[in-house]
Design a protein around this ligand. Sequence first.
Ligand code: PLP
Length: 393
Amino acid sequence: MNYRVNEKGYYGDFGGAYIPEMLYPNIEDLRNRYLSIINEPAFQAEYKDLLKNYVGRPSPLFYANRLSEHYGAKIYLKREDLNHTGAHKINNTVGQIILAERLGKKRIIAETGAGQHGVATATVCSLKGLECVIYMGEVDIKRQAPNVARMKMMGATVIPATSGSKTLKDATNEAMRDWINNPVDTHYIIGSVVGPHPYPEMVSLFQSIISEETKIQLLEQTGSTEPDYVLACVGGGSNAMGMFYHFLDDENVKLIAAEAAGLGVNSGHSAATSILGREGVLHGSRTILMQTDDGQVIEPYSISAGLDYPGIGPQHAHLHKVKRVNYVAITDDEAMQACMLCSKLEGIIPAIETGHALAALANIDFKKDDVVVICLSGRGDKDLDTFMTYFNL
Ligand SMILES: *Cc1c(COP(=O)(O)O)cnc(C)c1O
């Protein structure tokens, strides 16, 4: 089975570039040049240097002794929460900012929902001295004030999206409009493995550092590069693609992706795309998304802002369809309890997004010596208000 992108930008039935004609020149330029730029030795040297000395990689692979005892398997945490800015998102923005420089771009735009991708983008723009414009829904700006403040401190301009529901999808539309109007000097940094080709492939390449390191660390710590299970949570799917990337062809390694079931898969307040979704086009690619019978996108819901997305990236749609990855749905309550358990047993407070991956452990029938790797996609500091309210702390 082939899990990689083909020449036309498809993973099986999914992917492609469904974009307005006005965006063709931008996307074509990127598609024609991204691979040769990324493969230049000088690019790789700078990328690896920034990952090491700025982001703090390699992130540790930590054997979680007490979680292991609790679940009856050998559980390893891939600590993306220890990266600069507190999650995996910076792996992608570091890669794309070096690419943008080499494309001769002077100005960066991005969309953000909860603000995590906005912060990761503002961070690398500050590092490189490039102008940074972040589009964010007016409602999200009010809900995520600390992240807005972070972006402003690092010199970014935050522009409110005031149309529609004033949230992520409206911010995405505004960013697209900006790019159409500024095709020559501007690069658009998308924050997950979504969007038109080549974005899903490019972002998964930058995130694949996660599984590249994990294999080396597993060999050192267990004597084998092949664990029994690899788990990650899925919003758009970038930390999961990074975590799965180098394991896709190891057919003995079971891959499990946790989606947000919100208040329950059939509650009407959910983001469990692979169960509820159908094939269609979202944000420039053919994928699986939650939509009504007449094709209107259904508003997703999750307690975690990072999983609150109505689709999944096209690679995930393919991996789901060919059954290489098992997609499971985890409720708000399950994720919150898993965050508490990890905090109590390991002294590590994970992001609520990550809590979904941790909660999936409870539903697996492990053998005692099974080796399990979980992508600890981010730290829980940003979620403290939610924890305080939920657990009455
Ligand atoms: C944004 C985010 C996610 C979800 O995004 P993916 O593209 O699916 O990885 C998951 N975990 C954390 C900590 C995040 O910040």
